[in-house]
Design a protein around this ligand. Structure first.
Ligand SMILES: NC(=O)c1ccc[n+]([C@@H]2O[C@H](COP(=O)([O-])OP(=O)(O)OC[C@H]3O[C@@H](n4cnc5c(N)ncnc54)[C@H](OP(=O)(O)O)[C@@H]3O)[C@@H](O)[C@H]2O)c1
Length: 250
């Protein structure tokens, strides 16, 4: 219950899916803080579900000016930031034969550049000894059809956990990365029509060695571990939270 007592967290994309699962797990572990997103309606709903101790900040993580404002607002409200989760992101599809330069830039801006500057803009407000958690994807390890560019961005994010940790050694800030496999979130809505979503989830569950797809709470539990002193010897580590789907042949 109190593993994160008195800790202040910022969770980008905390108004939906995995980010909300992380925010809920942090709240249950005693933390307070801010969730960040652009959709005013889901921000409001998520903040009211989290209740006292959490605020919602509207902003675009691809805009460094917004990122600076989010971190400053959180620090003004809570006095510090102890935990940062760079979670906002989205899968995009296309192949090397058809992705346009503008699609390329959008994919990289959201899934890689935003992570870099989320961390950079938070640093002046973060306490020494803080924990930073990045969110990768198993698409960084296996070449799924049409997810190549997204996978490349996430592979770079996984690398950044190591290089950021190295950059921040003198401040004892630990940076680690969680790599989810297929997880039950509203992201499914972006890829198939509403009436096909349940069938797609059932199909994925059948392909998973563990027999089900992940839940945001599975990622939330892992994030509490990485945010707390329980993981004090982990630095630049990747935790694959994927029910075995990446490396176990079924
Ligand atoms: N679900 C999976 O199977 C899966 C697997 C591997 C990795 N992941 C990764 O997990 C992370 C969360 O995904 P999810 O499945 O939870 O998706 P989701 O439910 O669609 O949530 C994505 C979140 O990111 C926020 N976001 C997107 N673009 C943003 C922007 N420009 N500025 C600010 N916030 C932005 C969204 O909020 P707004 O729309 O309000 O901006 C939303 O809160 C992503 O990095 C994704 O790549 C997901």
């Amino acid at each position: 219950m109190s593993k994160l007592k008195n800790k202040v967290a910022v969770i980008t994309g905390g108004n939906s899916g995995i980010g909300f699962g992380i925010a809920e797990a942090f709240k249950n572990a005693g933390a307070s803080g801010a969730i960040v997103g652009r959709n005013q309606e889901t921000l409001k709903r998520a903040a009211s579900q989290l209740g006292d101790g959490f605020i919602a900040i509207n902003g675009d993580v691809t805009n460094p000016g917004d990122l600076e404002r989010m971190m400053r607002n959180t620090s003004e409200q809570f006095g510090k930031i102890d935990i940062l989760v760079a979670n906002a992101g989205a899968g995009t599809t296309g192949t090397v034969a058809d992705i346009s330069e503008s699609d390329y830039d959008k994919t990289m801006d959201l899934n890689l550049k935003s992570v870099y500057f989320t961390v950079q803009k938070a640093l002046p407000y973060m306490a020494d000894g803080s924990s930073i958690i990045l969110i990768g994807s198993n698409a960084a390890h296996r070449a799924y059809p049409s997810f190549g560019l997204y996978g490349a961005a996430k592979a770079a994010v996984i690398f950044l956990a190591k290089s950021f940790s190295n950059d921040l050694l003198d401040r004892k800030i630990r940076v680690n990365v969680i790599t989810p496999g297929t997880t039950d979130t509203p992201a499914f809505d972006k890829f198939v029509p509403a009436e096909q979503i349940e069938a797609l989830k059932t199909h994925f569950a059948g392909t998973m060695p563990i027999g089900r797809i992940g839940q945001p709470s599975d990622i939330g539990k892992t994030a509490v571990f990485l945010a707390s002193d329980d993981s004090s010897f982990l630095l630049g580590a990747e935790l694959l939270v994927d029910g075995g789907m990446t490396y176990l042949a079924k």
